[in-house]
Design a protein around this ligand. Structure first.
Ligand SMILES: [Zn+2]
Length: 314
């Protein structure tokens, strides 16, 4: 018995080590504002090769410490973000903003929490609710399965500070403005405008060169959220996925959403089903067919817009 017990005790560290997947390589860091940096993630879906890394983690170095926006979809990605921060400053992390409930943006919170237990984790109040309801756990599992366990070791650490639309927070002399429209890309989307950095983090309300799911959102609300972002005088925008750009990048995604929605409305009125309307819609969206994920998402986007238009008509 003693032998079995001591063998088990010897095994425990090995099991714990085996439970955590290997680290992520460092990705290039880009300066995008006077005190702001970004790591532009790959455009693909989460895979074993990219270890689930596909979002755009950013950070701002304030006088009081570092503020991270969207530390990625796993503990490994969060740790990579921390290594990148350490290349620019030895200041601690004081806060994290999570743009929305989709796990590829925030499951990296764990790495921040482990290294800086007192860092404040901000998210929209609706996101805090969703994590409590178990959405974080579903995301943790789906990241594990999509990456063939490359995110193993990741735990769900949700935001603990709730924000609402128009909340303003000043951290280390830099002011962060929260913008929110219900039912946009999801029902939890927080956008962060940082006027002194001339930067606005859009979350997945805008994507560039890559499409993602619209399963938890509405086209109408997403278009409205982009209108709200464009009321800012900020000139540089960070999409949830894809390269940073100016107002034209933001408008381009809005044009995609509005073209798709108006075309679906038109063909719905003509009595076409969602799959019958697909060829005409793909033709109307010729400017976007080369974006990553177009073929995977277009049918689902049309279906989503179809259900939205149908619901409005009854
Ligand atoms: Zn998303």
């Amino acid at each position: 018995m003693r032998l079995i017990l001591s063998s088990l005790i010897l095994l425990i560290p090995t099991l714990l080590l085996a439970a955590k997947a290997p680290p992520l390589p460092d990705y290039p860091l880009k300066q995008i504002g006077p005190h702001s940096y970004l790591i532009e993630g790959p455009l693909a879906r989460p895979t074993e090769e990219n270890q689930g890394f596909m979002n755009n983690p950013g950070f701002v170095i304030t006088q009081a410490g570092v503020v991270i926006i969207d530390p990625g979809g796993s503990v490994q990605i969060g740790e990579m973000v921390l290594r990148q921060v350490a290349k620019k400053t030895d200041q601690p992390i004081i806060a994290v903003f999570n743009t929305h409930i989709h796990g590829d943006h925030w499951l990296g919170n764990q790495a921040i929490r482990e290294a800086y237990p007192s860092a404040a984790l901000y998210g929209h109040s609706k996101m805090l609710e969703r994590v409590k309801l178990g959405d974080g756990e579903s995301w943790r599992k789906s990241m594990l399965s999509m990456t063939n366990q490359a995110t193993a070791g990741t735990m769900v650490i949700g935001p603990d500070h709730a924000l609402e639309h128009a909340d303003v927070i000043t951290l280390g002399g830099i002011t962060f403005h929260a913008l929110f429209v219900a039912e946009a890309h999801s029902d939890t989307d927080l956008m962060i405008d940082i006027p002194t950095e001339d930067l606005l983090f859009l979350g997945d309300n805008v994507m560039s060169q890559r499409f993602g799911q619209m399963t938890h959102g509405t086209f109408k609300g997403n278009i409205a959220a982009i209108d709200l972002a464009l009321t800012s005088s900020t000139k540089n925008f960070v999409p949830g996925h894809g390269p940073v750009g100016g107002r034209e990048m933001v408008k381009s995604y809005q044009t995609y959403l509005s073209t798709l929605r108006s075309k679906v409305t038109e063909l719905f009125d003509e009595g076409l089903s969602d799959f019958e309307m697909k060829p005409q819609i793909v033709e109307a969206l010729a400017d976007y067919t080369a974006w990553s994920g177009f073929d995977d998402e277009i049918g689902k986007h049309i279906n989503r817009a179809y259900l939205e238009v149908e619901k409005e008509q009854f």
